[in-house]
Structure formats: C-alpha cells, structure tokens
Design a binder for this molecule. Sequence first.
Ligand code: GTP
Ligand code: MG
Length: 333
Amino acid sequence: PAEKRAVTVALVGQPNTGKSTVFNMLTGESQHVGNWPGKTVEKKEGRVFAGDKEIYIYDLPGTYSLTANSLEEKIARDFLLKEQCDVVVVVVDAGQLERSLYILAEVVSLGIPVIVALNKMDVAQNRNAVVNPEMFRQKTGLVVIPVTASRHDGITELLEAILHFDSSRTLQSDRFPEINVPHFDAVLQKIQGRFSQGPSAYWLAGKLIEGDEDVAAMLAGQLSSERWQEIQELLPSPEQGQLAMATARYDWIRTILPCLVTSKPAQYRRSGFDIAATHPFWGKTIALAVLFFGVIAAYLIALPLMIPGFAVFFLAEPLQQFLSSVFPLPLCS
Ligand SMILES: Nc1nc2c(ncn2[C@@H]2O[C@H](COP(=O)(O)OP(=O)(O)OP(=O)(O)O)[C@@H](O)[C@H]2O)c(=O)[nH]1
Ligand SMILES: [Mg+2]
C-alpha cells in the first residue's frame, strides 16, 4: 500500500474561542473544555486518518499574540516557530470577531499556510450578527470554514480543507496587515533573504520593532555584528514599537471587519399582550387595573400578617402582669 503522508496541523487562537472543542470533534479525543479562558495549558497531540493522509493535530493553549507574555503563550509560540507545521488553523470566535482577529493578524505574517475556522457561528447568529465567510475569504485571501464546533457543524468541511490544503498557495501580500511603522521597511530589508527556514522576515522584523528579546537574541547570533548594529540603530523603544505594531494590526482589523459582519435589525415579535399594553386606550386601562388590584392585593396579603402583630400588642400587658406574679422581682418589675 502507498505510504501514508503525514500532515501536521496546529490549532491556534485566542483563549476560549473553541480550539479544544474543535480538536475533540476532529480527533474524537476529550480535551478539557469549559467556558472560561486558559484551560488548555499544554500542547496536546491527536491523530486522525483521512484520505491517504495521517493528520497530526495539536491543540495549543490560547494566546492573545505571539509575544511570550506567559508560559502558555510561550508554548503556543514555540510550537509555531520550531515545529514545522504544514497548516495553522486559526480558530476565531464569530461572536467576538474583532477581538479574536488580533492573533490572526499576526499569524498570517508568519509565512505558514493558514486556514480560518470561523467558530461559534451559532452565537453570532443569536446576536443577530451575520458573519459572511465568503467576504472573509475575499478580504483576507484565506481559506475560511464556518464552524459550530459544539454541534459538530462544519467539522467535516474543516477536515476536508486541511486534507486538500494547497501548500503552494501563496498569500497576496497586499492583504496582510500593512505595517506603517517608521523604519519597518528598513529593518525588513536588512534581514530579508537571510534565513531559509523558520518564520518569515516580515514577522521577525515586526518582532524586532516590538523589542522582542528572544527574537533579538536569535538574530544577533546569526547576523554579522555590523548588520546587527545597523538594525539596532533603527529600532524604536519597545513601548513605541509595541504600540505601533498593535495599531497597525487593529487598523487592518477595522478595515476588514465592517465587510465581514452585517447586523440584522433585531426582529422582535410582539405578542398579544405587548400590543394591548402599548395601546393608547387599553394600555392605560391595564395600568389602572394593575394599580387598583395591586392596592387590594396589598391589603389582602398584609391583613393576615398583621393579626399576629395586633395579638402581641394587646396581649403584652396581661402577659407581663402574669409573669410578674409568677416570678416576683427583680426578674419582672
Ligand atoms: N455556542 C457555542 N459554544 C462553543 C462552540 N465551540 C465551543 N464552544 C464553547 O466555548 C467554550 C470554550 O471552548 P474550548 O474548546 O474550551 O475553548 P479553547 O479555545 O480550547 O479555550 P482555552 O483552552 O482556554 O484557550 C466552551 O464552553 C465550549 O463549549 C460553538 O461552536 N458554539
Ligand atoms: Mg483549550
């Protein structure tokens, strides 16, 4: 029999977007799932056979960016940088699109083929926000699969997309988040074409601008000291660089977002009572009736409660006299 070809796939995305749910549905495993961020703290491997391929799927911890701010983020980042995965599936939350696109804005510049799993489509629909996968495809040039992982919707399509992924497909650079940051192009030029493996020069340049120490240490070790010196002279302060890079990514999100989501006007169906209660005549009649019966109801409920109160009031005096006769002074005076 023909040898099975292995494909490595990483599931990446913001915390709580549904990566482990997608993973479980794809692999039949049972990774910990719950409705709060930060559940997956280690990478987890699963395997599935499809077509003539053996697909290794990695569930990674949720991460807001590819900056190693926490151990979980470092695990996700190291996996993407060091393991040569064939495809990255970025799981985005269709119900919180703006936020969950941030990591996509960074991952697309890594140079690894990306598929977008547009998850929680059911949540978006319940919020009357229609997310349009076709527009998403057009605006980003990415393969976009609408998914509702918790109901297994779209999982077969996602597996198909992974199976048939055309790795020769190149992204058009004009669809990348454009980085309008001072000296970005100059830094990029100084490192472009120097590394045949690993992340793209585009991503590395961005990380240098952000003041990423690990990337800086790696490049300092691989470039000549003169070149590294030239680069360092171009770099802004880490704070300025991080702000500029984040702004560039959010600008990209804000340009594409309005094209991806259309909000339906809330379709609220008025019931018979709503119609009567807002009617010019019947509305006021109902309000008066509620007030009138409300007052009567208040008395009806209060009276039985008041009886024990009255009883205590009238019986207090004789009771005191009785007690003082049984227990003479000083207990009861
Ligand atoms: N409504 C709805 N809920 C979903 C869907 N997919 C996942 N969920 C729920 O979203 C929550 C988060 O899912 P997880 O799979 O744990 O998310 P995760 O991305 O692995 O989270 P971390 O590991 O913490 O980063 C859980 O409560 C899931 O049941 C979906 O398609 N629709
Ligand atoms: Mg998880």
